[in-house]
Design a protein around this ligand. Structure first.
Ligand code: NAD
Ligand code: UPG
Length: 459
């Protein structure tokens, strides 16, 4: 099969590379010339475990090509995947300008029957807009060319993208026309060898499935964070509670890890977009409003714990932060909890040394330049360098090397043995025995609660 994938970000590049790995001929298109040039030289624009060898090998084999020219890519393909960004607009709705720009360009160059597959996360009704945008261009050209628009949302997780794409829980295909369903069935056949994973449905249902899945997962996390915050006030360790409820098969263990908030390019934006879509239909999403509010608050929980310990004025204090990416396994810092924490620490007068195994470049590119220029934020090359002479260590992202560190060495390096654990990686009792002051998320360490907290609880 000859496939064109438009957009070579996390989704487009993984999609293109994995289809090529399964034997299809794929041309990846991006407007970013530097990205395309880099890819031709085997330089990946993103960090994603296992992706590099697939890209490099398939490029060498000639099954994977890169170009900035969509018309060039369209010359020998009739299956187009749109995988461009759908960032939040000012009102929280998904900004469809990139998707619709691609649709117009496809319409300008379409030559024969083609299938346009929307892989980007888009609100219900977008396929109809894509269809209309293409049709307008065809009408302007005065040509009649049949085409189908299909919704095929992507469910990969960053940090496990290749694995998720190759062995998906399910493949959702929203298609109205049987000829389009047939092409999609054939395309995904290699991914369905040991069991059928493809679920066919209507286009609007497929579009909604993507938002409902992300909203459900975000809800699990915010719910658990709420329980954790309550545990903190009541001298209860949420980690036992997590295991206790996860063992109920109806609840399950996944996505109930409490922490310092969910980030990334998907949950925050998709929950917002769904709230916005609902508002457009005059519907008040009470659960999702709370999910979003809880998450925004959760991103400040570590800072609240820090100021409860050190006081509101942090001038003269130094903090060592472990982890900047929004989750382990990626260099992506979009909506990362680390950014909210850094902003608060620096605004309160503290200086920070931070270490992340792969997100250093992304941090340099995205965080305010004056933090670096003023020396308020220093990025270190090694994990333990970030702890030298600090008043406290703050764990934000649970990268594997942070999970079982050398606590004795940490104690020797740090000015004060204080740990704020935003992902509940450590055993409070073990750390207390080693002489650390420890605060996690919902480990019940605020017993008894402060007066202010008791007042809030008493209403
Ligand atoms: N990142 C994820 O884990 C993930 C997972 C599932 C779904 N999604 C969804 O997939 C979509 C893409 O997300 P992403 O994280 O891959 O985005 P990204 O920002 O990493 O990549 C988007 C790419 O599209 C390119 N682009 C923009 N306009 C273009 C055009 N007209 N022609 C060609 N290329 C163009 C950009 O240059 C960029 O390289 C979004 O809708 C997102 O919500 C993302
Ligand atoms: O129990 C948990 C699980 C996750 N998180 C946080 O949630 C965020 C998102 O994590 P994850 O879902 O693993 O990564 P993403 O790459 O954002 O993937 C989500 O968003 C993608 C884009 O839509 C979807 O394709 C995936 O299915 C969906 O899991 C991260 O900040 C995690 O730290 C928690 O706090 N607790």
């Amino acid at each position: 099969m000859n496939i064109t994938v438009i957009g070579t970000g996390y989704v487009g590049l993984v999609t293109g590379a994995c289809f090529a790995e399964m034997g299809s001929n794929v041309t990846c298109v991006d407007v970013d010339a530097a990205k395309i040039e880099g890819l031709k030289q085997g330089i990946l624009p993103i960090y994603e475990p296992g992706l590099e060898p697939i890209v490099v090998n398939n490029y060498k084999e000639g099954r994977l090509r890169f170009t900035t020219s969509l018309p060039e890519a369209m010359a020998d393909s009739n299956l187009y995947f749109i995988a461009v960004g759908t960032p939040p607009g000012e009102d929280g709705s998904a900004d469809l300008q990139y998707v619709l720009a691609v649709a117009r360009e496809i319409g300008q160059h379409l030559k024969a029957y083609s299938i346009i597959v929307d892989k980007s996360t888009v609100p219900v009704g977008t396929a109809e807009k894509v269809q209309a945008a293409i049709q307008r261009e065809l009408d302007a050209r005065g040509v009649h060319i049949p085409f189908d628009v299909v919704s095929n949302p992507e469910f990969l997780k960053e940090g496990a993208a290749v694995e998720d794409f190759m062995r998906p829980d399910r493949i959702i295909v929203g298609a109205e026309a049987e000829r389009a369903r047939e092409v999609m069935r054939n395309l995904y056949a290699p991914f369905n060898r040991n069991r059928e994973r493809t679920l066919f449905m209507g286009v609007r249902e497929a579009e909604m499935t993507k938002y409902a899945a992300n909203a459900m997962l975000a809800t699990k996390i915010s719910f658990m964070n709420e329980i954790a915050n309550l545990c903190d006030l009541m001298g209860v360790d949420v980690e036992s509670v997590r295991e206790g409820i996860g063992s109920d098969a109806r609840i399950g263990y996944s996505f109930i890890y409490p922490g310092c908030g969910y980030g990334g390019s998907c949950f925050p934006k998709d929950v917002k977009a769904l709230i916005r879509t609902a508002a457009e239909h005059g519907f008040d999403t009470q659960v999702l409003n709370a999910v979003e509010a809880r998450n925004n608050q959760q991103k400040t929980v570590l800072f609240d714990k820090i100021t409860r310990h050190f006081g509101a004025d942090l001038s003269g204090l130094h903090f060592g932060v472990w982890g900047l990416a929004f989750k382990p396994g990626t260099d992506d810092m979009r909506e990362a909890s680390s950014v909210v924490l850094l902003e608060a620490l620096i605004a309160a007068g503290a200086t920070v040394k931070a270490y992340d195994p792969v997100a250093r470049e992304a941090a340099r590119a995205t965080l305010p330049a004056d933090w670096f220029a003023s020396g308020r934020l220093v990025l270190t090359e090694h994990q333990y360098d970030a702890l030298k002479d600090v008043d406290a260590m703050v764990l934000v992202t649970e990268w594997k090397p942070f999970r079982h560190p050398d606590f004795e060495a940490m104690k020797r390096l740090m000015k004060q043995p204080v740990i704020f654990d935003g992902r509940n990686q450590y055993d409070p009792k073990q750390l207390q025995a080693l002489g650390f002051r420890y605060a996690g998320i919902g480990r019940g360490e605020h017993q008894p609660a402060t007066r202010a907290e008791l007042k809030i609880v008493a209403g």
